[in-house]
Design a protein around this ligand. Structure first.
Ligand code: ADP
Ligand code: 5GP
Length: 201
């Protein structure tokens, strides 16, 4: 049995991770999304157990203490975390799993799961990043300034990832990520079973 990939997409806030991953999942039915837990309040239209598991701070901290997260981080004042939720068992059964998480979380996963496929999403320019954050309508002047300041520091961390994708258009970014998945599935190291099966004939 071929092991499933652990695909980690991250990048600065406002680059388009949520948008690109949503489209990638719609176009790649064999990919499973790892639903994160968070202490932030649901936004309009978000459902518990679909977009996130919405937890109280107390419940989240109890899960941290019980070792139930692969990684967790405090992002702009709220906790976010990836529940272990049988990730390794699902991969062993051949399931590819997508994590859309912030940069701190991705660095923690890099330390724990070096075989992950780490993809850094970049905006086409700093001006376009600011334009997207403003356009999302989710930021106050203060939080916009904070995110833009952080983004400039965070961009350099992308050098530590395995792949970089520029989110110019959503379609092109999704195609690039799909191409990365094809390449990762074609690695000799990921296909030992093919050689073994043919050699056993
Ligand atoms: P993130 O999850 O990285 O914080 P979002 O997915 O929320 O970013 O995207 C931020 C804003 O930019 C949203 O308003 C989204 O509609 C917009 N956006 C995302 N990708 C693109 C793109 N390729 N071109 C134009 N706008 C985009
Ligand atoms: P939002 O509140 O806009 O949904 O997400 C805010 C940030 O938290 C985004 O950068 C998103 O990628 C990140 N995030 C979502 N889930 C997780 C998670 O499980 N772990 C970490 N470390 N970050 C997450």
């Amino acid at each position: 049995m071929k092991k499933g990939l652990l695909i980690v997409v991250s990048g600065p806030s406002g680059t388009g991770k949520g948008t690109v991953c949503h489209e990638l999942l719609a176009k790649t039915p064999e990919l499973a999304y790892s639903i994160s837990a968070t202490t932030r309040a649901p936004r309009a239209g978000e459902q518990d157990g679909v977009n996130y598991y919405f937890l109280t701070k107390e419940k989240f901290e109890a899960m941290i203490a019980a070792g139930e997260f692969l990684e967790h981080a405090n992002v702009y004042g709220n906790y976010y975390g990836t529940p272990l939720g049988k990730i390794e068992e699902r991969r062993a059964a051949g399931q590819d799993i997508l994590l859309e998480i912030d940069i701190q979380g991705a660095l923690n996963v890099m330390a724990k799961c070096p075989d992950g496929v780490f993809i850094f999403l970049l905006p086409p320019s700093i001006e376009e990043l600011e334009h997207r954050l403003r356009g999302r309508g989710s930021e106050t002047a203060e939080s916009l300034a904070r995110r833009m300041g952080n983004a400039k520091k965070e961009i350099g961390i992308g050098r530590r990832y395995k792949y970089v994708v520029v989110n110019d258009t959503v379609d092109k970014a999704v195609q690039d990520i799909q191409a990365i998945l094809v390449a990762e599935h074609s690695r000799v190291a990921a296909n030992a079973h093919l050689f073994e099966e043919l050699e056993a004939e």
